[in-house]
Ligand binder design. Sequence first.
Ligand code: UT7
Length: 347
Amino acid sequence: MATKNPIIKDAPNSVVRSIGVIGTGRALPQKVFKNDEFVNLGLDTSDEWIVERTGIKQRYIAKEECASDLAIAAANKAILNAKIDKSEIDCIVVATTSPDYPLFPSVGCLVQSGLGLTDIPAFDLSAACTGFIYAMEVATSMMRNGTYRKVLVIGVDTLSKYCDWKDRSVVILFGDGAGAVVLGGVEDGYGLLASQLGAKGKDWEKLVVPIGGAKEPLTAENISSPDRYIKMDGKAVYKFAVNIIVDVIEKALEKANLKKEDISFFIPHQANKRIIEYAREKLGLSTEQVYVNIDTYGNTSAASIAIAMDEAAEKGLLKNGDIIVTVGFGAGLTYGTNILKWYSSKK
Ligand code: UT7
């Protein structure tokens, strides 16, 4: 059994005021897919175009794996990293829009089963690429009155399965993966300080899988239609992202009584390196203060921020007391930010 994490306050039913990340993990599929392989498949694209317009050099593609396989692997690592026993987990929240099964069961329930846990609540949350940001706020809210004390929050997506592999404007962007965190009680004043969530539902058509749901079910006639895959107005989503990112972060900073100058480290959703660069400049941050791994993973949707957080933590880039800002945006159109004061037991 793992040693107990000393930072967690376990008095039954006591209110936990400060809730933070006490462990992180990630998991990627086996298959690495480099830009040139799209050219080999006959797509009219090039490594140069993809690198220049997006920053992506490769991504991982789930062939055998499903969302739950990746989520379970990431969760196991996060639990190990948190130095807790998995039996201490009392709720599972999974952010995903590409579950193993079309309606049910949820990936959350598959994760519960895969971890060998039972009876604790487990559910999925659908907010596309902003899913992890939403899930952090939902989980923290569930924990604040003391009902739940250690919640597993997972961001996972396998959007390569929902891409039209003949559509160069979309397929080159997405990669598959999972990131997980364990949330628990931390020292007062640390952990999640503020969140700001939002959505512009009127723009839902900008990023949509048009058929295959209840509105227009798959039939023998439309089964080969490209509309069963992700359709994106890339330019509109790009514009939406650059317009919203700084605004939403400023609102959350204000809630937390902080200024842009207080930001220690920025973990943005990895959708396009040009969007990240725009946000970095507007926030007045140096390149060392921003985590970028889009070159390796592409856009892993709900997993992207959680994967980046795990990598940054592993590399020692997140120090005790650092103000960490994460931001996400995506289909819905959804957006959101979490501001954390990082707690490290290895102070
Ligand atoms: O998680 C949130 C989800 N999505 C996003 O955040 C995506 C946001 N948008 C973007 O990242 C960018 O808009 C894209 C990377 C999707 C596209 O970049 P862009 O600079 O906006 O390119 P564009 O759509 O304006 O296309 C420029 C040209 C077009 O050709 P013409 O019309 O100028 O002849 C496209 O047909 O590039 C062409 N093009 C490509 N060429 C080579 C589009 N995709 C490709 C490709 N390879 N893969």
